[in-house]
Write a protein that binds this ligand. Structure first.
Ligand code: GLN
Ligand code: ZN
Length: 753
């Protein structure tokens, strides 16, 4: 019997129950008992689904109210000393660390590998003392066991935990492994006592290029866990681990999970190296994307392994299913043809059980399921929804000249100076202005059909007029329309482009109670009609100052969507680029002289291994340039990036050749800009002078100081003044106050230069 299991199940709930329960608890609308009850119900529902799908093991311990890394930190007693005052009950402590308190900022949040999930970085220090408090964890395992199936607890492994944490005093995190693994050993013993046979221990860092010191710590750290009785399934995902197979096969673990979707080629090496005792868990169903599995192809991969491994072959999704939406059940508006091509978490469980039965009982036992899989795949392959001859033809006609501006930056800069007549240190914003409750209510009413299209348009125009008036009276130099009509920078364009489908309920947890609903790119992307031109033209008609057109870039559209798996990402990026290019050209034709193409997700598209960076950067830069380089020298192209470390990819950012880049820097006190200075970034740059993530209004002096620092690093003639990011999450009063200080700071500095 091939055994089926999963690495983790979506936590947020079929109807985002966790989100609503958390938010109601935080707002004082319900108590901790109610929240605990929702948690228990969600876990129970997840186990029942696994049981109904016939999985051989139920996964437990993968649930968290806010974040699993945070729960591990609490379970091992790694609560930062700065939070000692907040140590009360478990839930309150967790939320204090996750959300901050009046006296203490929250733990830092960062992306989980190359996903869009953000985890909380545990804070560690030299001589960190760990102690095990596994009460809640063990209780969850016991709850799962009460359902009568074998239960496999899930843990983040000690080395990944340390690697993903941060040290607050510069101490070496790796040096903490002996103390930490002692806690893991104690926990494993308790699990064994509770009757657990298998524990899944995730070490996703094995997919990275690890420093030798980290790699070499695996042997002693896992030796410290040996002999604790439960068998260990070492889980890796998101990429190839063949470069670490020597390390892995020397560990005292009884099984290995590998990602056979992202890196199918590693299966052969892993199978050869595992020996005659160990389990091979094959991540055969895509845990990162929403496409139905090609069951025939999967079987062709699995059959020879099944012959060799027999019961030691396990089947699973490639990674935790927390990265995909929970179920297709609630999608009522998706085109039925497209819906047939998809599999969300619950449908993926069904695929696992079909694969398992096909292996164990023969393909005849699942004839219907295989036939349906074949038919669905064939319909996708041949669908006229997917391929569009017009797009194919345009792609064939691409020329290198389309990815180049007519003149080099210095020439363009002269012409733009003449055309735009901007002062030194021009001031601008990143695009969005506050999304007020009124705007949201109007959009909701329009979507429900209660507000007509014409009335909705008028309402958005009122908002644009208001935003333009505010910016004029603040004295900003390059204005924006404020993005009132956009609920989300990717969704808005996805709605207007061909090749995209939007789901009703395809939510994926982003962090804590926050979820995103990535659109699905299923077909060749193209733009049937202009999207933003009317809005930009309207905004420009209200002012003599230049209005900046506002677009989302091809890499960000790609990165924040579920992407086709039937063609390379880079090809989809090029299609997106062409669609955006059409929009750029139309904006210019409509008299818009400044156009911003946002690429906040540019850096997060970087592959996990450095060896894969150059090809990615190459096509990502190309896609941006294809989108941008259709305008005259006089037209100024901006781009914006945030949440990023840029220093290691500066050559690529320079190669994008935007006339102006605005970046987030205020939280790092402009340190980020140093890289741009020493690299001698050639074009104009707007380092953010204030953090938009907080309602705090910074003083004029504060921003002046930051600008002075910036002037030391970058020639003031190439410097812009702007906030860190868009202002959609802020309210108008603080926005006006902060921007007025910002404009004053720029004016004061101008006089001094
Ligand atoms: N133009 C977008 C805005 O201002 C940019 C958002 C982002 O960088 N994430 O909201
Ligand atoms: Zn931003």
């Amino acid at each position: 019997m091939a055994l089926t299991h999963l690495l983790g199940y979506p936590r947020i709930g079929e109807r985002r129950e966790l989100k609503f329960a958390l938010e109601s608890f935080w707002q004082g609308g319900s108590d901790a008992a109610a929240l605990q009850q929702v948690g228990a119900r969600l876990r129970h529902a997840a186990w029942l689904r696994q049981q109904q799908a016939g999985l051989g093991l139920l996964s437990a311990g993968d649930f968290a109210f806010y974040d699993p890394m945070l729960d591990h930190a609490l379970m091992f007693g790694a609560i930062p000393p700065r939070f000692t005052a907040e140590r009360c009950d478990r839930l309150a402590t967790a939320f204090a660390l996750a959300r901050g308190t009046p006296g203490q900022p929250a733990l830092e949040m960062t992306k989980w590998f190359d996903t869009n999930y953000h985890y909380l970085k545990p804070e560690l220090h030299a001589g960190q003392d760990f102690h095990l408090d596994a009460h809640a964890y063990l209780a969850q395992v016991a709850d799962a066991q009460a359902l009568g199936s074998p239960v496999k607890p899930v843990l983040i492994g000690p080395l990944s935990f340390l690697w993903l944490a941060k040290s607050t005093d510069g101490a070496d995190r790796l040096a903490l492994w002996p103390a930490l693994t002692a806690c893991y050993a104690e926990l494993l013993r308790s699990l064994a006592d509770a009757g657990v046979e298998w524990v899944q221990i995730d070490e996703p860092i094995l997919a990275l290029d690890l420093d030798p010191a980290w790699r070499d710590a695996f042997a002693p750290a896992y030796a410290a866990l040996a002999g604790t009785r439960p068998k260990l399934l070492l889980a890796t995902y998101f990429d190839d681990v063949t470069h670490h197979l020597d390390t892995i096969t020397a560990l005292p673990v009884q099984g290995l999970h590998v990602d056979a979707v992202r890196a199918p080629w590693q299966l052969a090496a892993a199978a050869d190296r595992l020996g005659a005792q160990r389990v091979l868990s094959v991540g055969i169903v895509d845990g990162r994307n929403i496409w139905r599995t090609d069951l025939r192809r999967a079987l062709a991969t699995l059959q020879p392994l099944h012959e060799r491994f027999g019961e030691r072959l396990w089947l699973a999704p490639s990674c935790s299913l927390a990265h995909v939406p929970l179920s297709l059940r609630h999608e009522t508006r998706l085109d039925p043809q497209i819906k047939r091509w998809l599999a969300f978490a619950d449908e993926k469980l069904g695929e696992l059980s079909t694969l398992q039965r096909a292996l164990d009982e023969g393909e005849d036992a699942v004839r219907e399921a295989l036939a349906e899989s074949d038919a669905a795949l064939a319909s996708r392959r041949h669908s006229r929804l997917v391929t569009h001859p017009y797009v194919a033809k345009r792609l064939q006609q691409l020329t290198p000249a389309m990815e180049r501006r007519t003149s080099a930056y210095p020439v363009r800069a002269e012409r733009q100076r003449a055309a735009l007549q901007l002062p030194l240190l021009p001031t601008t914003t990143i695009g969005s202005f506050p999304q007020t409750p009124e705007i949201r209510a109007d959009r909701a009413a329009w979507r429900r059909g209660e507000l007509g299209a014409y009335d909705y348009l008028q309402r958005m125009r009122e908002e644009i007029r208001h935003a333009i008036q505010q910016q004029e009276s603040l004295g900003l130099d390059v204005l924006v329309h404020g993005e009132a009509e956009r609920s989300d920078m990717v969704d808005y364009f996805a709605e207007h482009l061909f090749g995209f489908a939007l789901t009703e309920n395809g939510w994926v947890q982003s962090y804590g109670s926050r979820c995103v609903k990535p659109p699905v790119i299923y077909g060749d992307v193209h733009r049937p009609d202009a999207i933003t031109v009317d809005t930009a033209r309207y905004a420009q008609s209200l002012t003599d100052k230049p209005v900046k057109g506002m677009l989302t870039g091809p890499v960000t559209m790609l990165q924040w969507s579920f992407v086709r798996d039937d063609q390379p990402r880079e090809l989809t990026a090029r299609q997106l680029a062409l669609a955006i290019r059409d929009e750029v050209a139309d904006l210019e034709k409509a008299g818009i002289g400044v156009i911003q193409i946002d690429e906040p997700a540019f850096r997060e598209g970087l592959p996990l291994k450095r060896r894969d960076w150059p090809p990615y950067l190459h096509w990502a830069v190309q896609a941006f340039k294809l989108a941008a380089c259709c305008v005259a020298d006089e037209t100024q192209v901006h781009t914006h990036m945030c949440y990023s470390e840029f220093n290691d990819i500066l050559p690529a950012i320079a190669a994008m050749d935007a006339d102006v880049i605005t970046i987030e820097t205020s939280r790092s006190n402009m340190e980020l800009l140093d890289g741009f200075g020493s690299f001698a970034y050639p074009n104009e740059i707007g380092p953010g002078v204030y953090d938009i993530h907080s309602p705090r209004v910074p003083s004029q002096q504060e921003m002046e100081r930051l600008l002075e620092r910036a002037c030391e690093v970058v020639d003031p003639r190439r410097l812009w003044v702007n906030p860190d990011c868009g202002l959609k999450t802020r309210r108008w009063p603080e926005t006006n106050a902060a921007l007025s200080h910002m404009v004053q700071a720029a004016k004061t500095l101008r006089e001094r230069l």
